[in-house]
Design a protein around this ligand. Sequence first.
Ligand SMILES: Nc1ncnc2c1ncn2[C@@H]1O[C@H](COP(=O)(O)OP(=O)(O)OP(=O)(O)O)[C@@H](O)[C@H]1O
Ligand SMILES: [Mg+2]
Length: 354
Amino acid sequence: MMTQVHVAQQILDNITTAVLWFDDQFQLFAINSSAETLLEISAKQSQGLPIQQVLAHEKLTPETLSQIVNKRCSLVERGLRLHFLGARSITVDCIVTPIFEASQQYLLVELIQVDQHLRITREENLLLQQQAARNVIRGLAHEIKNPLGGLRGAAQLLERELPSAQLREYTDIIIEEADRLQSLLNRMLQPNAVSHKRTTNIHQILVRVRQLLLSELGDSLTIHSDFDPSIPEFNADPDQLIQAILNIMRNAAQAMDGKGEITIRTRVHRQMTLGNKRHKLVLRIDIKDDGPGVPDDILDQIFYPLVTGRAEGTGLGLSIAQSLVNQHDGLIECDSIPGQTTFTLWLPMLESEI
Ligand SMILES: Nc1ncnc2c1ncn2[C@@H]1O[C@H](COP(=O)(O)OP(=O)(O)OP(=O)(O)O)[C@@H](O)[C@H]1O
Ligand SMILES: [Mg+2]
């Protein structure tokens, strides 16, 4: 007959939740099969490892864990992003519970992976919200454009009537500022341009963007290409794609102060869902830089218009890029930690399946 311990072990190994036990030193004591699969580690090899090595996250510091034990209460963290070697990352809901057994104390950690489910809802929500934000901004830009033209015209008329050159300094300021605002509004209204799609070679586009960026920012920047030469041509608007990719690469270069390395990687994926459409063949372009990473507080919002982390930024680059890629039924995603930021463009290459 099976002992209770065996039954417990069987149950733990067969549940889909990843379970880990740590001892009072916060070193790994045991894990179940789901945890082995999720974290890609073996129970044997990982035994005795400190928690920070197994589950590297700022919310799981020894101080926080000690508090959990001292206060004898559980910690529940939703949507924790765990990063691993080789740029792999997963999103989990995490529950940490202290367990007191005889004179021993343990920490029980449960991890439930939420990536897949989150990914689809997140994509759908993001697309809808970004579209709504863009519409508001576009409406606003339209409303400002006409009176702005009036203001500028009136300032010009006034300028002619003014008796002294000294007073004209003021009308000059009005005209200059109106022009600056006008070009900002033009950028805000821009992405609605109609796509002119034709047979396009993605690598020609990437080579062109590389040239443009190098001529703009100079020699301290290194741009590596890791292209899959077998990628076929597809139907797209090359000018729109050049602009979208240039906006992303320019950000990377700016984040690194013009000094650093950018890697562009192209691959194709078969049978993929983007937003709520399924596609036979999807092009994936990764643009990776080794700069400081997107500031944490704006990471979730960078594709919204007017969100910027740069003093001189307008926060339009990524919103325009996302809009241009959306016009191709595609999507841009970002994954960023200090030293490794990747923007991924997904572009369908074949008509979607019904
Ligand atoms: N590769 C990157 N590394 C670090 N931060 C980035 C990167 N790409 C984007 N960001 C952050 O995202 C913000 C938004 O980028 P976005 O291109 O939309 O606007 P911007 O660059 O600030 O202004 P604009 O492009 O309109 O001149 C940036 O200000 C920057 O803080
Ligand atoms: Mg930008």
